[in-house]
Ligand binder design. Sequence first.
Ligand SMILES: [Zn+2]
Length: 223
Amino acid sequence: MGGGFGGIFLSMSDRFIQIAASIASIARGFQVRGWALGTSGNLSAVVEREPLTLAMSPSGVDKGDLTAEQILMIDEHAAVISDHHAKPSDESPLHIRIIKERGAGAVLHTHSIWNTVLSDIHAADGGLSIEGYEMLKGLEGVSTHEHCEWLPILENSQDMLALADRIGDTLRKHKDAHALLLHRHGLYSWGRDLAQAKRHVEIVEFLLEALGRTRLISQQRKV
Ligand SMILES: [Zn+2]
């Protein structure tokens, strides 16, 4: 973030401080809901497009305790450019790829019970479709419960660069998708800014829990 242009430096710095505070607050909210337990989950938002600069959650930190001061600034190669001695989330390359593919302003990732369970049950289908729910209207551009949302499911990997490439392919193939699942891992959603990305996570988590619980209750009633 160097450079001798005081005005630019200050405005970017102010933006980063605001974004970092929002990221920390969203992370704590997700942890309370059980969507980011045991240091899982990660969050990012664009601070500047050119050159691409992100605010990113650090690796290995309890999301229930996350503070704005712990949020890192990283470049498009996931290298830390703020004055921190911490590692960004291992999944930073996935965030960067989604931001580049979608032009997103924020990317949020959760590890809830229901997104993990449904990513497993539907893995063989390569995704699952959700339709007929009023809550779908919380997704950007959706105006009716009759909308059919396809949620792609990708096989999990520890090779983040390879996984980022597969995510890029999936997003190009499913241009209307608002989110995707990684098998037995978690949910990624995004938005034009943190508020929209948070809304998308809340909507998709609600829909997955509703689907999962409906399926469970229907099966119990058959027995
Ligand atoms: Zn994860």
